[in-house]
Ligand binder design. Structure first.
Ligand SMILES: C[S@@+](CC[C@H](N)C(=O)[O-])C[C@H]1O[C@@H](n2cnc3c(N)ncnc32)[C@H](O)[C@@H]1O
Length: 250
């Protein structure tokens, strides 16, 4: 008998889903209804974000909330509003990273669909999807922050992500990292720079994993490069894909 103890190492306590709880269900519906005008994320994706956020806070996962790619901010605001309704106060602020001028050009890894989308934005100025091709100004977002009385709970980081996640990183740990910037380069950059700040047990949400191939590719490359055994989990219709950070690397 050698002295290796056959005791299973305890996995970190993950942020778990609380779906099915009727109170939670009502809270989620209320939050979604209030933020709906300012987000393009489908209901399932918003519900997943709200559940994971409240679960992470309940589980004591240290850190702030971060969203990269916020558009008009509705999903970031859902994370704050859910806290206000669940706890009677906002316990974790949200860092909001965005160009506040829409998408950059897709790169070679983003595929035909992304190139078609970009081309359409150049040739048909009025977005047929009524989303102004993902552009919302900083002033517009500030006005919505005032509408919700979220001043003091939002940290705005305007600029291209490839620069801001390097130069203007959160100065503390991240409890929930939500990535919603669509294309390969910014997704890759956010994973490389901000995923290391996520606390063990915290979720990394990938809005575009099932939608834009650049995001899928950047995710797989990041996990493979760092040998990270993070399972990719999905809510219905692939609208809310996330991974729980179990460890930095083997
Ligand atoms: C799909 S929208 C985000 C949707 C948003 N989360 C919501 O709740 O509706 C993508 C956002 O990512 C931003 N974005 C994309 N690439 C970026 C980059 N390289 N740097 C900064 N922002 C970027 C766009 O300006 C846009 O607001």
């Amino acid at each position: 008998m050698n002295d290796f103890a056959w005791i299973s190492p305890q996995p970190p306590k993950p942020a778990v889903s609380v779906a099915g709880d009727l109170v939670m269900h009502g809270l989620i519906q209320r939050v979604i209804a209030e933020v709906r005008p300012w987000t393009m994320v489908p209901d399932e994706g918003l519900a997943t974000t709200i559940e994971l956020t409240l679960s992470a806070i309940n589980a004591g996962i240290p850190g702030d909330l971060v969203e990269c790619g916020v558009w008009k901010g509705g999903c970031s605001f859902a994370m704050l509003l859910a806290q206000r309704y669940a706890f009677g106060e906002i316990r974790r602020p949200v860092w909001m990273y965005d160009s506040f001028q829409g998408m950059g050009a897709p790169g070679p890894q983003d595929g035909d669909h992304a190139r078609w989308w970009k081309q359409r934005s150049l040739t048909i100025p009025d977005d047929p999807d009524k989303q102004n091709y993902c552009a919302a100004s900083l002033d517009e977002v500030k006005a919505i922050i005032a509408h919700f009385k979220f001043e003091g709970f939002t940290i705005l980081r305007p600029g291209w992500l490839q620069a801001t996640v390097l130069s203007r990183k959160p100065d503390k740990k991240i409890a929930v990292l939500r990535i919603d910037c669509d294309w390969y380069e910014p997704v890759k950059c956010v994973l490389e720079e901000l995923a290391p700040l996520v606390s063990t047990g915290g979720p990394v949400i990938l809005d575009d994993y099932g939608i834009w191939e650049g995001c899928t590719l950047a995710t797989h490359e990041y996990l493979a490069k760092h040998q990270l055994p993070w399972a990719i989990k999905s809510s219905p219709n692939d609208t809310g894909v996330w991974m729980i950070k179990t460890k930095d690397s083997w």
